[in-house]
Design a protein around this ligand. Structure first.
Ligand code: ATP
Ligand code: MG
Length: 388
């Protein structure tokens, strides 16, 4: 039996008081964009979002809705008029197609004018389903029948599909993410999207040592991440000029710090251009030499906007497990030479001070706006297509 509505529940945005309407509008807009190839109407009703696609391709739509920030869970439902008899008819139709021996009804009544409360709905429906289909009610059932009784109609379904939770992309504003080819920074970017940020990606590469591999790897990673925000922009920024300057003028143990401060400067220029309010990095305390407390403070002191490091307190294994879940891991482990491994010391300075770094920088010619001028922008879009 075909579903005729997708019932979508949002978690946290339900709690936002006066801002709630704004959050809902953004989530509705995102869902519309995601599913518009399916001829879908999407609207808010009864404290839920209801979605009615003309092309009812459940498998493809399910995959798409599973990764939408702001959606807690969703269900492919059949709707019914608001009387116990009609709800019962729909329930029998729905369940007669399923294989099970034991079942349980879980009703939820948001329409307090409906004559039965949820406990009574469970009992009455449960008894008639058991009788008509010759099945048994159990507290540990093979199948659950969910019934949502709303103002003007009821929705029935047997499967709740989890999505990402969090906040809808666009509700928290824009950030610039410094994305390397590694495992960490795609995960950091994902976590910010899940908190409602639109993420603009910036990658620094050395056109002499790693242009093709770096670009194709980064494109694969950003492509995967675009599933969560539907559209992305990647700034590919050539870095070899600065690197040659640094190699000429800076002792190798300080080079990484100087590179990373330069990255922050250019990323700030991108943030100004994009009207983004913060930077994001995949920094993780203690993981590599540039990530001691001292070095991280010296690196990010150059940033005018706030720098967020959502992975700062996670273990590598926790980060890897998120990377696998979001699909970036398989691309992050593809071989390539990171631009910043260029002429680094095997023994980098673990605790630099701002004074020593500023002194070294005084001898380097570098203009972040000019560096940004040389960048190339790649755009990405994600939109699931119906199968023919
Ligand atoms: P990742 O796995 O994200 O590469 P990492 O543990 O390897 O992180 P580093 O290589 O020291 O650590 O990089 C720390 C952070 O600096 C990265 O997470 C990223 O935000 C930023 N970064 C490093 N290299 C680049 C680059 N080439 N382009 C853009 N950002 C970079
Ligand atoms: Mg790295």
């Amino acid at each position: 039996m075909d579903f005729d509505a997708i019932v979508i529940h949002y978690g946290e945005i339900g709690l936002k008081g006066k801002n709630r309407v704004g959050f809902e509008k953004i989530l509705i807009r995102n869902i519309k964009n995601l599913l518009d190839n399916f001829g879908t109407s999407v609207y808010r009703r009864y404290g839920r979002i209801i979605c009615r696609p003309t092309l009812k391709q459940e498998t493809i739509i399910k995959e798409a809705l599973k990764v939408v920030p702001g959606i807690q869970y969703f269900a492919f439902a059949i709707s019914s008029d608001l009387s116990l008899d009609r709800i019962q008819e729909s329930a029998i139709k729905l369940l007669s197609e399923k294989e099970f021996t034991t079942f349980k009804v879980e009703a939820r009544r948001s329409n307090k004018n409906f004559p039965l409360n949820s406990f009574e709905i469970n009992n009455r429906l449960g008894a008639s389903i058991a009788r008509i289909l010759n099945k048994r009610v159990s507290m540990k059932p093979d199948i659950k029948l969910y019934v949502e009784v709303c103002e003007k109609e009821a929705f029935l379904y047997t499967e709740k599909c989890e999505s990402l939770g969090g906040l809808p992309v666009g509700s928290s504003g824009k950030v610039v993410s410094l994305i390397s080819g590694g495992i960490d920074s795609p995960v950091a970017s994902f976590l910010m999207m899940k908190r409602g940020c639109n993420v603009v990606f910036v990658h620094f590469y050395n056109r002499i040592i790693n242009s093709d591999t770096a670009v194709s790897k980064l494109e694969k990673i950003v492509n995967v991440l675009t599933r969560f925000q539907l559209e992305s922009k990647l700034y590919l920024i050539p870095f070899e000029k600065l690197q040659l300057e640094v190699v000429k003028n800076v002792p190798s143990k300080y080079r990484m710090i100087i590179y990373r401060r330069a990255m922050d400067r250019v990323a700030n220029a991108v943030a100004r251009r994009e009207n983004a309010k913060a930077l994001v990095t995949g920094d993780n305390l203690g993981q590599v030499a540039s990530q001691t407390l001292e070095n991280l403070s010296v690196i990010h002191k150059v940033s005018e906007v706030q720098v967020f490091m959502p992975l700062i307190g996670l273990d590598k294994l926790e980060i890897i497990s998120i990377a696998k879940k979001i699909g970036s891991y398989e691309y992050s482990i593809l071989p390539y030479q990171d631009c910043c491994s260029f002429m680094l010391s095997p023994h980098p300075a673990l605790r630099v001070t701002l004074e020593e770094v500023e002194k070294l920088e005084a001898g380097i010619k570098f203009d972040s706006e000019e560096c940004l001028e040389k960048s190339r922008i790649v755009e990405f879009k994600y939109k699931p297509c119906p199968s023919t």
